[in-house]
Design a protein around this ligand. Structure first.
Ligand code: AMP
Length: 281
């Protein structure tokens, strides 16, 4: 079922709620791929009905060209979702439907988890994400909501958002779904040709290098090696490669015994910006 308005969606959800159905929400920006489908599959393990929102959220784009070029194909997305599970409720609102009082982002204080990496390189991005997810939680009132670890800072932000807003939703993370080559599935991959997709596997290779060598090398040494790898690949511009403890997500070069770390990477190939991350210990 495709629903475009908040009123029609809430009408459908009210009936499900009266019947004590567990409702899951999977927010997406469309151009769906197997990573999204895996997230939805995860949701169906815990929920009776899943709402998948498809909304390219203008307030989370810090770059107008990126917003304009973001791949959109609602018809193919809906077909794919209904092939996967005909019960899925596909919510496809317009920008006006969501931003009734103006296309502006609310300002949040998520603390250190959103200050670096994506927060540093995409100014305003996380306020846009917080704004749309808060809206969607208010509209859908899901029991559970599902987010990919591929956007790890985003996943952490959503957990923090729920703490701040006290919205009664359980936030769940799902592992990153990858191509056989290791490249993380992403809607943005659709803008790359075969050769570029091959070149882009360097992101995952760098993360795997960090994972393999985390106990042997210092963080500084790992970062230097990754920079060297990228220096040989002229088509790929490394934006950042950082290692951070998962508690604060502040990039560091010091390992503290007992702390958990992750490596984070962002790089641009042919104007297409890709991100990925991996757990290190
Ligand atoms: P997007 O449409 O890119 O905004 O992504 C919608 C949701 O799918 C977010 O929670 C993403 O983290 C998640 N997602 C995107 N790509 C992947 C992937 N390769 N594996 C798992 N989850 C993903």
């Amino acid at each position: 079922m495709q629903i475009k308005t908040i009123v029609a969606l809430q009408d459908a959800l009210n009936k499900l709620n009266e019947n004590k159905q567990i409702i899951g929400l999977v927010p997406t920006m469309g151009a769906l791929h197997d990573g999204h489908l895996a997230l939805i599959e995860h949701a169906y393990k815990d929920c009776d009905y899943v709402v998948v929102s498809i909304f390219v959220n203008p307030t989370q784009f810090n770059n107008a060209t990126d917003l304009q070029k973001y791949p959109r194909n609602i018809k193919a997305d809906i077909d794919l979702l209904h092939q996967q599970n005909p019960k899925t409720i596909v919510f496809t609102p317009s920008v006006e439907e969501i931003y009734q009082s103006g296309v502006v982002a609310e300002t949040f204080d998520f603390g250190s988890i959103t200050k670096f990496m994506e927060g540093e390189y995409r100014q305003g991005h996380f306020n846009g994400v917080g704004t749309i997810i808060k809206h969607l939680f208010t509209i859908v009132k899901p029991h559970k909501a599902y987010f990919g670890e591929k956007d790890y800072q985003q996943l952490r932000l959503i957990k923090k958002l729920v703490e701040i807003t006290k919205q009664p939703v359980q936030v769940k993370g799902s592992p990153t779904y990858r191509e056989v080559s290791g490249l993380a599935k992403s809607s943005r991959n659709k803008r790359l040709n075969k050769q570029e997709l091959e070149t882009a596997t360097l992101l995952h290779k760098s993360l795997k290098f960090a994972d393999k060598n985390f106990s042997k090398l210092t963080i500084h040494e790992i970062k230097e090696e990754v920079k060297k790898l990228f220096a040989t690949e002229k088509q790929l511009d490394l934006e950042y490669f950082e290692i951070a403890a998962v508690d604060d997500l502040i990039p560091t070069e010091t390992k503290v015994e007992g702390k958990k770390y992750r490596a984070f990477i962002a790089a641009v190939i042919n104007d297409v910006r890709l991100i990925d991350n991996i757990s290190l210990n």
